[in-house]
Design a binder for this molecule. Structure first.
Ligand SMILES: Cc1ncc(COP(=O)(O)O)c(C=O)c1O
Length: 372
């Protein structure tokens, strides 16, 4: 089976894990701090600190926790996203307000979001679907004009840019995922890029159960048992094992990004104009694709999925609409017909760095042979 998504690791990650295991300490450590610094440098984040966490979901959760939302405060977000975005909102006691996405690029539809704003709306969570941050400047201007904070769900967008700067290097709170399938992986992991040092300090406390330890004095680390608990927190810290894997993956990131972009460009070139397909308008000079998602029109998706499966090609639907899940039914203040239609059309082809050129050509040929 050609997998739709898979990580690529090598002897470097194995060595890193061995070094980590030999330390006989796997919690928050200097390796995590090193990864935070390396990520900030890679992103060109300047004075925006990076806080590493054990998942992208934890990054979203802590970003929202930093906004001091009250129960019942509302967060606008696209219904078309991974459920982690929704769970993070409810985890802090706020209400997710599902919005439409635009039909062509599957990004948050701000005209629709506008209609769902109420006096309780406090934040917006754009999701950079498939790696595309869209018009980030326009998004931030829109939010600023409405007094909303912005939590970017950039789980898909590590490495992508807007306006010559990487996602994360600008904006408000930006959340990345480094789970096993993402553009780089820590095994599991995530990162929150904060707008300032104060927010990073709060996020740093919250990821460690709210425990504040006295600063190290001369002569060694502070005692592990001397701490005060100063705020609600969670056990969201990243393990040094994951950080060591992440540091190796970060070294490989430019090669990974180039490979993903090459595959996506080839898909675009070969599938443009195929009847019954609508491709997403992507600029792969600035977008690093996490997914290669297309729309299969005329009710032909199920047939294409079966055909590809029979040829040993796995595909995925990213994602079912969240407002239709049992837990979230009733949250939408108005119907979401565009999202519901799109959820019947979207299909993701294999996209990862273990794909060979021959496999890419085989996938293209099979898509074309089915759609004629
Ligand atoms: C859009 C989106 N947001 C958040 C997440 C959560 O990231 P993690 O799996 O690291 O918790 C994912 C993971 O797939 C995602 O796709």
């Amino acid at each position: 089976m050609i997998r739709v998504s898979q990580p690529v690791t090598g002897p470097e990650e194995l060595d890193a894990l061995k070094r980590g295991l030999e330390k006989a300490y796997f919690g928050h450590s200097a390796d995590v701090v090193e990864l935070e610094k390396a990520l900030a440098e890679f992103l060109g984040a300047g004075s925006r600190p990076v806080v590493c966490l054990n998942s992208g979901t934890a990054a979203l959760h802590l970003a929202l926790a930093c906004l001091d939302l009250e129960p019942g405060d509302e967060v606008l977000l696209p219904s078309l996203t991974f459920v982690a975005s929704f769970q993070a909102v409810t985890a802090v006691g706020a209400k997710p307000v599902p919005c439409e996405v635009r039909e062509d690029d599957l990004l948050l539809d701000l005209d629709d979001a506008d209609k769902r704003i109420t006096p309780r709306t406090k934040a917006v969570m754009p999701v950079h679907y498939a790696g595309n941050p869209g018009d980030l400047a326009g998004m931030h201007a829109w939010a600023k004009a409405r007094g909303l904070r912005v939590v970017e769900d950039a789980a898909h967008a590590f490495g992508s840019s807007f306006g010559g700067k990487k996602v994360g290097a600008q904006g408000d709170l930006v959340c990345f995922s480094f789970d096993s399938l993402k553009n780089i992986t820590c095994g599991e992991g995530g990162a929150l890029v904060c707008p300032d040092a104060d927010t990073a300090r709060r996020a740093g406390l919250m990821r460690g159960l709210g425990m504040e330890r006295p600063q190290a004095t001369q002569g060694g680390p502070p005692s592990r048992s001397a701490y005060d608990v100063v705020c609600q927190g969670w056990r969201f810290h990243m393990s040094n094992l994951n950080a060591l894997v992440g540091l190796e993956q970060l070294r490989k990131a430019p090669a990974f990004f180039a490979r993903r972009q090459k595959i996506a460009k080839r898909y675009d070139q070969a599938l443009a104009g195929v009847p019954g397909l609508a491709l997403l308008p992507m600029d792969y000079e600035r977008v690093v694709p996490f997914l290669y998602t297309m729309r299969v029109l005329e009710g032909r998706r199920a047939g294409l999925v079966e055909h590809l499966k029979a040829q040993g090609i796995e595909t995925a639907v990213n994602y079912p609409a969240n407002h239709l899940h049992s837990l979230y039914r009733g949250l939408a203040s108005a119907p979401l017909p565009v999202t519901e239609k799109l959820c019947g059309q979207i299909l993701s082809l294999p996209m990862h760095c273990a794909l060979t050129d021959q496999q890419v050509e085989f996938i293209i040929a099979q898509v074309k042979s089915f759609l004629g």
